[in-house]
Design a protein around this ligand. Structure first.
Ligand code: SF4
Length: 324
């Protein structure tokens, strides 16, 4: 399968400074730490983790809103860690978390959707309409929506506008940063179904970030689990949900609410606080919350081990270093 995106040893570290004048550096926040993965054409890779796990920083580096501290990103075979050409930029678009703040309230829907075409393509008004009108129908909005402004729509409808804007340039890759988390649960399912339909119609590849395991389970082909800026586990959806191996993935799965009242005891809350990224553990990032943690876990960062077909797990238990 063709690799759309190749990420190798990607890091984003922010210096932590103290003092008003001298601004002495007293440490670093490793928001993204040695992250490597591939994304294949036509698939949906779901990225799951608690807030502060680095998933949004990762997306911001991919789209070029943040510069990596080190590491390589290749998109459609081209290195992009230092920026993208305009033609490559068109191929990667983003759907944002908040449909309320991501649309300019002073612009009509028509202007919002025409804006990317105005910037990237030379098109007549009629040509622009030929692109926009079918797209409006595909995201489930009527033609009359074009003359309206964002405040005249519900949250779900605004997200439909945001999705249409992202698709105007016919991108190859859509980066979706928590695109349903600001919506009511009843609307979330509609928008997730819309992503699936559009993916098929437009042959899209999706990188889909969420903190909600049920959303990730619904939308993903493969799943990457992140914690404190690092990948803990990556596997196909089937493999991950049938055979979660990393203790953090297992804890996330147990924390998903069970609708059956007789099985309430199976819904366990993940214990302990996520450590401050300024004082991240030296060895395994999950060692302060892991029931299997031993001395080596506290001292040595685990590498990714192959634990099945297309299944990688960063845990000393699978290198034979820890009993359990
Ligand atoms: Fe737990 Fe150790 Fe595995 Fe980290 S490496 S998840 S602390 S057993």
């Amino acid at each position: 399968m063709e690799k759309i995106l190749e990420v190798n040893h990607l890091n984003k570290h922010y210096p932590v400074k103290k003092g008003l004048i001298l601004q002495k550096e007293i440490g670093q926040v490793r928001a993204v730490n040695e992250v490597s993965f591939d994304l294949f054409r036509g698939e949906t890779l779901g990225i799951i983790g608690e807030s502060g796990c680095g998933k949004s920083t990762l997306i911001r580096m991919l789209i070029g809103l943040e510069k990596p501290t080190s590491g390589q990103i290749r998109f459609l075979g081209q290195p992009i860690e230092n920026g993208m050409s305009a033609s490559l930029r068109k191929q990667m678009q983003m759907v944002f978390q908040d449909p309320y703040s991501s649309l300019d309230p002073r612009m009509s829907v028509q202007r919002i959707l025409e804006e990317p075409l105005r910037i990237h393509c030379k098109m007549s008004k009629q040509q622009k309409e030929q692109v926009i009108l079918p797209l409006l129908g595909q995201v489930g909005l009527p033609r009359e929506a074009l003359k309206k402004y964002p405040h005249e729509f519900s949250g779900g409808q605004r997200q439909r506008i945001g999705i249409a804007r992202a698709l105007v340039l016919e991108p190859t890759l859509l980066l979706c940063d928590e695109p349903v988390s600001a919506l009511d649960v009843s609307i979330q399912a509609q928008i997730l179904n819309l992503f699936r339909d559009l993916q098929r119609q437009h042959e899209l590849t999706l990188l889909f970030v969420s903190h909600d395991m049920s959303v990730i389970r619904y939308i993903s082909d493969r799943v990457m689990v992140m914690y404190l800026g690092q990948i803990m586990e990556i596997a196909t959806k089937k493999e991950l949900f049938e055979r979660p191996l990393h203790p953090y993935t297992q804890a996330l799965m147990r924390a998903v609410p069970v609708p059956d009242p007789e099985r309430r005891d199976q819904c366990a809350v993940l214990e302990g606080e996520i450590p401050s990224p300024i004082h991240a553990p030296k060895g395994c990032p999950f060692s302060t919350r892991c029931p299997y943690a031993s001395e080596i876990c506290r001292q040595q960062r685990p590498q990714m081990h192959r634990t099945g077909e297309g299944h990688l797990t960063a845990c000393h238990r699978y290198s034979g270093e820890v009993e359990g």
